[in-house]
Structure formats: structure tokens, C-alpha cells
Design a protein around this ligand. Structure first.
Ligand code: EPU
Length: 416
């Protein structure tokens, strides 16, 4: 299993290009199951999670072709299996996003329950309530969910929480349902808008994506479409925070500045200079950052996926910062690793109180999840002495070529 060794300290400088968003491309791959025609996804990043999603649609009978230029073609002419196994769902929770498309296309799906994960218990009750409201007959047993529906019926669905996955799953199911589905208190993330755009290219009738009320008028069938997903706002945010925390000067290209507004706002509050251009952002910090308080929230609030990278910046900022995690109940696993590196953090319920230190100290640490891994790379760049990060496979799930991109900015990172 590979390890990343981060030599330090380092001031990041230069230009980095952002890849396509993992959390946009995963539901879009699931959505290709809604049509028997060929779909073409351009400029995708062949991340580990993307490869798992390809494996999932292959296992159901889709034909896929990923060429060297990062173009993925998917043709789900026939759905040969209706079951997504425990092994596939265990590899990646987002595999659960096939439930809506499968139910809508074939009227039948058997799928393993995803179970909890490193960042929380992550129930799927909102997805299931939505499908049940649309007429699906759902049974649970032996760790599997089975669902049947002749044809789903449009309904008015109110989500208790604006869940990203539930909004996407219900939106995809509704695309082929009979009548109009209204999703209220829907998630407003840019990835939802991107999925709606893809569905509409396929011939769906989705309106209101990006607001808290989405209306989907079901159609009889969808056709193939070509699409290029939005840039990864979390990858962009990670480089923005890394630039600021290392007192660097980095131009982040291929980003939608609007999507990273909450990160821009907080970095400015911490004293970094952030300049927005049409499709790029420059982050420049000459002084040590100042402390700041942050609460994670659904979009357009501060993203939970940026909580751990931002916590690293707080660890080396001047003063005491408080970061409160409201989206996931257990997303503080990185704290014990940051403490190994000399961070001063106390946990009080869902809040972490971070007392900044001048510098962290390199240590052997473990990436406990994807974003925690990114936080540790940034911590390594702000330390005295080398940092050795194990369980790097978590990082590879969501960051393409992270060490190459960091090296391009002057960091010394090797994979062993
Ligand atoms: N929730 C429920 N019931 C449900 C669904 C969600 O209670 O039926 C709760 C969850 O337990 C959690 C909260 O609602 O406490 C938010 O979960 P949500 O459904 O919005 O998250 P998700 O769809 O499972 C996506 C991203 C995550 C990101 C979250 C929040 C994908 C593939 N994953 O997960 O990304 O953190 O939205 O923005 O889109 C990551 O990339 O590292 C990552 C974890």
C-alpha cells in the first residue's frame, strides 16, 4: 500500500489546473442507466471512485469505454442484472445512486444497504421515503433493499434535510416517472445543477435545480447525451487553503469562482488575498493567517468536505479558531492525526477549538478518509520535518495526481 512523504516546510507557488468534479461525475454515470442510448462524458478525471462507479454500471450490463483522453462512453442498451452487491456498495457508498435510475428504467432493483462509514452513520431513509412516495414497494432484509414499481408516479416530496444524494436519486427516478415530482427542501449544490443539466440534455424536464424546489416532469424515455462535468470545487478549495496556509501564491485555474465563495470569504477573513477572475482564482498570503470561526452547512454554506483542510489552516493560524461540523456527526477523525503533528485542538461536541501554533511537526500519520488525507498533506507542507501519510488510497478516491499537482507548485512529495 502506498505512502506519501511530504518534505517541508514549503511555500506553494505557481499555477494548478482543477479537474472535473468527482461528486458531479458519479451521479451522472448513474444517470446513464436511464437510457439505452450511448452517452459520452468528456474531460473526466479517472479517479478511483469513478472507476468503481464504472465497475458498478458494468456489473448491471452497461458497456463502457474509457479512452486515454479521459472520455468515457457508456451504453446501457440492456440492463442484464438488477442487483448491486455488498462488495460494490462497500467499495463506495455513492454506488447507491443507481437505485433511482434502476427503479425508473427497469421497475426492479436489489441493492445492498450502504451501512455507516468513517464520517458518520449516513442513513438512506430520505432516498427510500422519496421512492416509496412515488409508489415503489420497498422491502428490507438480510442487509439488502429490494424495490419494485410498475411505473413510478410523480409526487410532492419534502426532504427533512437537503441531502445531496437523496435529491439526486429522486431527481433521476422522477425523470422517467408518470407526472410531476416536486422535491422541496432539495439540496442546492452545483453538482445537483450539473446532474439536472445532463438529464435535460437526455430529454428530461427538470426545472429549479440550484434552488430548494425542484420540479421534474416525467417523460416516457430518455436519449443519449454528451456532457462535460463542472470543475471540482473541493479540489479547488483544497489548493486555495493549501496556498493560504503555506503563505504561498497560487493561481487556481479551471474553477467556477461562484462555487467556492464560502472558502474565498473565509480565507479573506483570515487575511489572505483572494482575487477572482472569470475561470480562475489567485490566492496569495504573505503573513501568517488569522483565526476564524466556521460552521459547515449545505450549499451555499461552508462545505463539510472542506472542514478538515480548513482545520489544518486554523492549526497554523494566529489565535484560536472554532470549527463546527453540522452536516456529518463523526467527521473529526483527522483531529487525532493532526494532534500527532503538534496541533492544539480540543473537541466540544460538534465543535473543534483550534489554538494555532507557529508550525506543525512532521510525523507518521494516517489518512482516515479522503478529505482528512488532503488535510494531512497541507499539514505536512506547514511542518518542520517530513510527514509520512499512510492509507493514501483514500486520497486517490477523490484527488487526481495530487502529488504531481503539488509538485508543480514547488512541494516535495513522493509516493513510496
Ligand atoms: N442523511 C440522512 N438521510 C438520508 C441521506 C442523508 O439522514 O437519507 C444525512 C447524512 O447522514 C448526513 C447529511 O444528511 O448527515 C448529508 O448527507 P448527504 O446525503 O447530503 O450526503 P451524500 O449525498 O451522502 C455527498 C457527497 C459527500 C459530501 C456530502 C455533503 C457525493 C458522492 N458525496 O454525500 O462527499 O460530503 O454530499 O455535501 O456526492 C466527499 O467527497 O469527500 C464526500 C464525502
Amino acid at each position: 500500500m502506498s505512502t506519501l512523504i511530504v518534505e517541508s516546510p514549503c511555500r506553494l507557488q505557481g499555477t494548478v489546473n482543477i479537474s472535473c468534479a468527482k461528486n458531479a461525475i458519479l451521479p451522472i454515470i448513474a444517470a446513464t442507466l436511464l437510457t439505452e442510448d450511448r452517452c459520452r462524458l468528456e474531460d473526466i478525471a479517472a479517479l478511483e471512485d469513478v472507476k468503481v462507479m464504472i465497475e458498478v454500471v458494468n456489473s448491471l450490463g452497461a458497456e463502457t469505454n474509457l479512452d486515454g483522453a479521459n472520455t468515457l462512453e457508456i451504453t446501457a442498451k440492456k440492463i442484464e442484472r438488477n442487483e448491486a452487491s455488498y462488495e460494490l456498495i462497500r467499495k463506495m457508498r455513492a454506488s447507491f445512486l443507481i437505485m433511482g435510475p434502476m427503479l425508473a428504467r427497469t421497475g426492479k432493483v436489489k441493492i445492498s444497504l450502504p451501512g455507516g462509514c468513517a464520517i458518520g452513520s449516513r442513513p438512506i431513509d430520505l432516498h427510500l421515503k422519496g421512492f416509496a412516495a412515488m409508489g415503489a414497494n420497498i422491502t428490507l432484509g438480510h442487509g439488502y433493499i429490494e424495490a419494485y414499481a410498475d411505473r413510478l408516479k410523480g409526487e410532492s416530496i419534502y426532504l427533512d434535510f437537503p441531502s445531496v444524494g437523496a435529491t439526486e436519486n429522486i431527481m433521476m427516478a422522477a425523470a422517467l416517472a408518470e407526472g410531476v415530482t416536486t422535491i422541496e427542501n432539495a439540496a442546492e449544490e452545483p453538482e445537483i445543477v450539473d446532474l439536472a443539466n445532463f438529464l435535460n440534455k437526455m430529454g428530461a424536464r427538470v426545472k429549479g435545480a440550484g434552488t430548494d424546489t425542484i420540479k421534474v416532469e416525467g417523460v416516457r424515455e430518455l436519449k443519449g447525451a454528451a456532457h462535460s462535468a463542472i470543475p471540482d470545487r473541493i479540489e479547488a478549495g483544497t489548493f486555495m487553503v493549501a496556498a493560504a496556509a503555506t503563505r504561498g501564491d497560487v493561481l487556481i485555474e479551471g474553477v467556477v469562482p461562484e462555487h467556492v465563495k464560502p472558502i474565498t470569504a473565509k480565507l479573506k477573513e483570515m487575511g489572505a488575498e483572494v482575487n477572482e477572475y472569470e475561470k480562475s482564482i489567485r490566492v496569495n498570503a504573505t503573513e501568517r493567517l488569522k483565526s476564524v470561526d466556521i460552521k459547515t452547512m449545505p450549499y451555499p454554506g461552508f462545505p463539510t468536505d472542506m472542514q478538515s483542510p480548513m482545520m489544518t489552516a486554523m492549526c497554523v493560524a494566529k489565535g484560536t479558531s472554532v470549527i463546527t461540523e453540522t452536516v456529518f456527526e463523526n467527521r473529526f477523525m483527522h483531529i487525532s492525526e493532526l494532534k500527532l503533528m503538534g496541533a492544539k485542538i480540543k473537541v466540544d461536541g460538534r465543535s473543534a477549538i483550534v489554538e494555532g501554533v507557529e508550525r506543525l511537526s512532521g510525523a507518521k500519520v494516517r489518512a482516515t478518509d479522503l478529505r482528512a488525507g488532503a488535510a494531512l498533506i497541507i499539514a505536512g507542507l506547514c511542518s518542520d520535518g517530513p510527514t509520512e501519510i499512510s492509507d493514501v488510497y483514500h486520497i486517490d478516491r477523490g484527488y487526481i495526481n495530487i502529488e504531481e499537482k503539488m509538485k508543480g507548485l514547488g512541494a516535495s512529495i513522493i509516493r513510496v
